[in-house]
Design a protein around this ligand. Sequence first.
Ligand SMILES: Nc1nc2c(ncn2[C@@H]2O[C@H](COP(=O)(O)OP(=O)(O)O)[C@@H](O)[C@H]2O)c(=O)[nH]1
Ligand SMILES: [Mg+2]
Length: 416
Amino acid sequence: MDVSSLISTLSINDTCSNISNFAANVNGHRTEFVIGTFTNQNLIIATQFEKLYSLYSVSVDHTENGICTVEPIYSVHQLFGKDNIYGEAAARFITKELNIRKQLLIFLSLKDYSRNTVKSIAEAIKNYSSDKDVIIGPPGSGKTTYCGKVYDFYKDKLNRKVEVVNLDPANENMNYNPAIDVMKLVTVEDVMDSLNLGPNGALMYCMEYLEENFDWLLSQLVQIKNSYLIFDMPGQVELYTHHNSIKNIFGKLEKIGYHLCAVHMVDSHYCSDPAKFISTLLLSLSTMMQIGLPHVNVLSKADLLKKNSDKLDFNIDFYTDVLNLDYLLDLLDDGPLTKKYKKLNAALIELIQDYSLVCFILLDVKSEKSLLNLKSAVDKANGYIYGSGEERSIQALLSCAVGSRTESERYDTDFF
Ligand SMILES: Nc1nc2c(ncn2[C@@H]2O[C@H](COP(=O)(O)OP(=O)(O)O)[C@@H](O)[C@H]2O)c(=O)[nH]1
Ligand SMILES: [Mg+2]
């Protein structure tokens, strides 16, 4: 299917687009899907034939004669194809089921339009669209703590179906009950004993073993339907800067249609020393380059950072926004250990500024507002659009319709 020429034929002229395709088995029929997200509209193609037969346009309205409606009103128009009232009903059903809030262009070419088939089509899209966050970062940065907290928060406060997958083969003190646990496949402790390796070597081995046994992970993942997944990852830095197993595992997950977003956590304690902060920036940048996923950098334990803010050289914004590092260069050039390396300091600062990719979100896991702030950044990085089953107040729908407030901002005013 030549999607780009189709999109230009449909005159969807949009620079901000996100298009993906995948195939799924829907009630015994191979079905090809294309999902496109644009600023003002969404596109769904679902075909069980080689061709596209019918195109429908569904508009979503939240007011009638100027008065807000309790439920959104869906108006369906068939733009081309043979008249098919079942197709129109299917287009309406899918829009509603996926809680789509923008105009939807939907091509449906199905062998039958029974309720069962149409429901399975919506399910297949939902399964595909549910996002997955991979929580990465050095040991002790707070990944496991965050996974447990965010699990409770998503489930209890945002009403999202959510599960945590533990991929750290040496995870202690999990404050959540993992839906999948890599420690059932392999543990660092066993590898250290059986192969006589140290902890670092054993962890590398475990991730290579997981890569080789990707089918084990996949067989468990397919059993989790329709949930937002959070992957708790191991902390060893080289796994994200140059070793390839984790990158390959993420690549395989993306290939089968998972949307991943990397949430990279670094202890905000490193802000207290200019040399450590530079190494934090370099680590974050090289991880972004190596992993190559939508990426959100986080400075964790912000409560401690705030408590000790008088000990910082700059305001907290300086560390989160990473806008002008020349001030940091001055400190490095005066530092007892770093003053010898003026040229190297200047080159490192220039490298980070040239890429201009790294900035941070602060996180204090004890604050719901902080969890929400991070969630909002992750949703934006992910392009999370479908929120079926999440709270649907008229206000929320209206504000989404005009694009004025994100779900987080709504939650913010509703709960705080
Ligand atoms: N003060 C504070 N401590 C935190 C926070 N997040 C995690 N920690 C602590 O940091 C330590 C390491 O956390 P853990 O989640 O095991 O880190 P991981 O190795 O990255 O999984 C634990 O003692 C946590 O209690 C936070 O937001 N604030
Ligand atoms: Mg951990």
